[in-house]
Design a protein around this ligand. Structure first.
Ligand code: G6P
Length: 594
């Protein structure tokens, strides 16, 4: 798993490849490498990150090349397992993102035919297959090679003596960037934004043949047209814009993201067609599927939809559903995925499609695989999210869920009018949270000394607790667990004590009194308590050791202000502990393998 890049043009390839790779590191990187074609293919790779590789790599002269950042799936991170991989004669170099399920059979067969392998990777079968099928035409050899492959791939191929790059994709994202006397191939748009804003999205089964001044896309050997898209994100938007980390920048973008996402939809007078059809049929239940932070958005969505639509919502982890889930007739399915490329989410969509469920995808990435295979896509307008830890995409997902639920709400007109007003005020409420960074920083300093933390909440604040714990563990490496507050006494009480702080998320809803009791019980067992509470809540002020105050909002919107506060808490705690905030160890932004 990882990211691929290709460059062909009139400039030296090496610095461009390394620059593009650095922009793709957020997708996960434990090793990386480049290959450049001069007289012959010259290659440099190692189990280091891009910055280190750039420091030590020799000058590889040539104006076309390929590159890769790897997050290990087959074989440990090492120089030999890093990409690019070569054929027997070092004349074909390949970078690959994805997983080849049948690589063991292919490898066995190729070895029996005399091919030599050096790595433990699945990828290495590809250059050998291309070598096997090469009869003087590179694209035909690539087409023949990928016909043998079962699994997912985005590949870029370089062959000595051939003035072109060949790319192919199946179930892994791949784009072509169009330049002036130069062209690019990449796993994702931010990689190439320094050079061009014109892209073509390859589709599954496409093979791209790219020279400095031509791009041809073939399917089954026949040339096809693919539309050119203009990327509206500025380079600056994809950069840190003066913030120390992408995560902090993305947290601060949330008032704008809320406005952009709501602006997109509140002006739409037509309801979302598929859901409208389902409602007219008498929508009986709704199924939401997602992974990671998007799963937590879905869990919050359950509370919102159940209250406003009075329709039961089932929320499933996509990786579980793809094996065991039984979609019920009359169920509307919503799959939430920021990247639109998470393998588990895509597999769940395919399972739903297999039983003829109609699927609505909520995604942030235009042209992503989820948007292509779902029946309908609702885009969040969060802009590119670079930090591995999801922040603004989560808030944008919640906005879509609020808007959807309010569009089909069975609540009375007064309640709806009040919710609509609350929704409009959210950007300024979130800004208030961002303005209280100083207090959160103090709480982070306190928290950074501990190694185990519980987050607790009830009702709509329970998934907030889950998300708070996820943010903290992934960024600061503190062991954190999110718990339904009422469940603490069924086991975790055994772990409470002076070394284990508890962070209580207290919403002003019907769970409030119970949460006060929970806090008292936790304190009685010696754990320090940090509470997130509404401004003016004196009772909490007296009970908790530390309080992060959030602005007053309707309890339905409390997850937004609370999660933003918890994102900042995680960020500053991680910073305090000196963690690599934007790309935590072992994690990837976009998990494109199962
Ligand atoms: C990875 C990311 C998480 C993200 C999850 C689901 O684990 O590190 O931040 O929440 O994937 O991603 P998706 O793109 O499907 O929302």
């Amino acid at each position: 798993m990882g990211s691929v890049i290709g460059y062909i043009g009139d400039k030296q390839a090496q610095p461009i490849l390394l620059n593009c790779l650095a922009k793709l590191e957020y997708r996960g990187c434990d090793s990386c490498g480049i290959a450049v074609l001069g007289g012959s293919i010259e290659l440099y790779k190692d189990a280091v990150r891009v910055k280190e590789l750039a420091k030590v790599a020799p000058q590889l002269g040539g104006t076309m090349g390929i590159g890769h950042t790897r997050l290990a799936t087959h074989g440990e991170p090492s120089q030999v397992n890093a990409h690019p991989h070569l054929d027997c004669h070092g004349t074909i170099a390949v970078v690959h993102n994805g997983i080849i399920n049948n690589f063991r059979e292919l490898k066995r067969q190729l070895i029996s035919e005399g091919h030599n392998f050096v790595s433990e990777t699945d990828t290495e079968v590809i250059p050998h297959l291309i070598e096997k099928y090469y009869r003087g035409n590179l694209e035909e050899a690539v087409e023949a090679a990928v016909r043998d492959v079962e699994g997912s791939y985005a590949i870029v191929v370089l062959r000595a003596g051939e003035p072109r790059l060949v790319a192919a994709r199946k179930d892994s994202p791949l784009i072509i960037g169009i330049g002036d006397r130069e062209n690019f191939i990449a796993s994702d748009v931010p990689a190439i934004l320094d050079y061009t804003d014109r892209v073509i999205y390859l589709e599954d089964g496409d093979v791209g043949v790219v020279t400095p001044d031509s791009i041809k896309i073939r399917r089954d050997g026949i040339e096809v047209d693919r539309e050119e898209h203009k990327i509206l994100w500025s380079v600056e938007e994809a950069q840190k814009a003066g913030y120390e980390h992408f995560m902090l920048k993305e947290i601060h973008e949330q008032p704008k993201v809320i406005r952009d996402t709501l602006g997109e939809y509140t002006q739409v007078t037509e309801p979302v067609v598929d859901l409208a059809v389902m409602r007219d049929r008498g929508l009986e239940s709704m199924l939401m599927l997602a992974c990671g932070t998007s799963y937590h958005a879905a869990l919050i969505g359950k509370y919102i939809v159940e209250e406003l639509l009075r329709t039961p919502v089932r929320v499933e982890i996509a990786s579980e559903f793809s094996y065991y889930g039984q979609p019920l007739a009359g169920t509307a399915a919503i799959v939430i995925t920021q990247s639109g490329e998470t393998a588990d989410a895509l597999k769940a969509i395919k399972r739903l499609k297999g039983v003829e469920c109609r699927v609505v995808a909520i995604t942030n990435v235009v042209g992503s695989t989820a948007s292509r295979i779902a029946d309908q896509t609702i885009y969040t307008r969060a802009g590119p999210e670079i930090s591995v830890a999801a922040t603004k995409s989560f808030t944008a997902q919640l906005m879509v869920l609020y808007w959807l639920a309010m569009s089909y709400s069975k609540a009375d007109a007064r309640r709806l009018a009040s919710l609509l007003m609350g929704l409009r005020q959210l950007p300024s409420k979130v800004q208030q949270v961002l303005d209280s960074e100083d207090i959160i920083l103090e709480c982070a300093k306190y928290l950074s000394r501990y190694e185990d933390v519980f987050f607790i909440g009830r009702g709509i604040s329970f998934p907030v607790a889950l998300e708070g714990a996820l943010k903290l563990k992934e960024t600061s490496y503190i062991h954190a667990e999110g718990y339904a507050a009422g469940e603490l006494k069924h086991g975790p009480f055994a772990l409470l004590g002076g070394d284990t702080p508890v962070i209580a998320i207290v919403a002003r809803d019907n769970t409030y009194e119970a949460m006060l009791t929970d806090i008292k019980e936790v304190k009685a067992r010696g754990s320090p308590v940090m509470a997130l509470a509404e401004e003016g809540d004196e009772a909490i002020g007296e009970l908790a050791d530390l309080v992060i105050t959030v602005p007053r909002v309707d309890a339905m919107f409390s997850p937004v202000v609370n999660v933003v506060a918890l994102q900042l808490l995680a960020y500053y705690t991680a910073k305090q502990r000196g963690c690599p905030i934007d790309s935590p160890r072992n994690l990837a932004k976009s998990v494109t393998v199962e």
